[in-house]
Design a protein around this ligand. Structure first.
Ligand code: NAD
Length: 345
């Protein structure tokens, strides 16, 4: 079996490449390194079953030989990245997605499109089921990403209907883990970096807005389940456990043993106030739910960041908690972290 992963040198893409190799795929990683890094897949390049192609999928995606799976993950994903590259974001969502769909159609391969919870915009329905059509500002600063992904979804469904392409859509909610970039502007790496540096931890708005955070290993598991089937979706993949931004900051401070203070800064334009996936469809269609408690994922991420900074080793080490089997991954509120023996402050 041979898989093509576009955006394979990015945060999620690199974990996906690793997992596909682990389950026996040959993997072709296609990336232009706009927001990804060669280091993310450097440890895989020794393997004969792994190949990296530096290519911009906006300009085409020709792959020689058989292809059984196309995982289309190429796109800037953090707000800082897509606000810096709005045209590249629109083009990879439009032309890049068309090229990925053409490849899958020609090779009779299964395609999984990485879409996003941003297709729901600033949602007026909570939690968000796939049947909700969203509340998106089509001309706001974030529209380059939201509308690119909505267009990519529409094109994926059109290929299914008109060309019989075996394509499916996953709508990914906030995912975190090792190999996120410190400077990518997303909340988890930003707060971890600030906590490790002892700098003020910046929380937007009044800090009451929520996100639900899924650990990357769980997300990759859901993507592989989507790849194994033939459904079109879209299917939400994310952790339904909701956390406010103030709680997250407090939690990261406890887990790092940092004494950083929290400061409130203005909310960015069109920033969604609440986000939480309804994962009933993923549970029934894919038999999937996240397994990693958020605090365990945060610890693994903090340790990775600690090992990959100049001030490596500053972090007080704490034991990772065991995963309770058969339970949707959530975790205690920050005030309970110390009681669970995880607090280091
Ligand atoms: P990332 O920025 O780390 O990875 C994206 C990768 O795509 C990078 O390696 C980048 O260089 C590559 N890329 C961008 N444009 C390209 C092009 N034209 N040709 C070839 N490669 C290109 O982001 P990520 O967080 O790993 O996100 C991966 C995918 O998952 C994206 O499609 C994103 O929209 C989606 N997603 C991620 C999240 C999340 O929380 N991380 C949430 C929702 C959706």
């Amino acid at each position: 079996m041979r898989a093509v992963v576009t955006g394979g040198a990015g945060f999620i893409g690199s974990h996906l490449c690793e997992r596909l190799l682990a389950v026996g795929y040959e993997v072709v990683c296609v990336d232009n390194f706009l927001t990804g890094r060669p280091e993310n897949v450097a440890h895989l390049t020794e393997r004969a079953e792994f190949q990296v192609m530096k290519r911009d999928v906006v300009h085409g995606l020709e792959i020689d030989g058989p292809v059984d799976a196309v995982l289309h993950f190429a796109s800037p994903a953090s707000p800082a990245d897509y606000l810096r590259h709005p045209l590249a974001t629109l083009r990879v969502g439009a032309e890049g997605t068309r090229h990925a769909l053409e490849l899958a159609t020609a090779k009779k391969a299964r395609l999984v499109l990485a879409s996003t919870s941003e297709t729901y915009g600033d949602p007026q329905v909570h939690p968000q089921p796939e049947s909700y059509w969203g509340h998106v500002n089509p001309v706001g600063p974030r529209s380059c990403y939201d509308e690119a992904k909505r267009y990519a979804e529409a094109m994926t469904m059109a290929y299914r209907r008109e060309r019989d392409t075996d394509a499916g859509i996953v709508r990914i909610f906030n995912t975190f883990g090792p190999r996120m970039r410190f400077g990518d502007g997303r909340v988890v790496p930003t707060l971890i970096r600030q906590a490790l540096d002892g700098a003020p931890m910046t929380v937007t708005g009044d800090g009451s807005q929520t996100r639900s955070l899924c650990y990357v290993d769980d997300l990759v598991d859901g993507v592989l389940r989507m790849l194994d089937g033939h459904i079109g979706g879209p299917v939400n993949l994310g952790n339904p456990h909701e956390v406010t931004m103030l709680e997250l900051a407090h939690w990261i401070r406890e887990l790092t043993g940092s004494h950083s203070e929290t400061v409130l800064v203005p909310l960015p334009a069109d920033d969604p106030k609440r986000r939480r996936p309804d994962i009933a469809l993923a549970e029934s269609e894919l038999g999937w739910q996240p397994r990693t408690p958020v605090e365990e994922g945060l610890l693994r991420t903090i340790e990775w960041f600690d090992e990959h900074t100049e001030s490596a080793g500053a972090l007080a080490r704490v034991p990772a908690p065991a995963s309770p089997a058969g339970q949707v991954a959530g975790g205690p509120r920050p005030s309970a972290v110390s009681e669970a023996g995880l607090g280091v402050s």
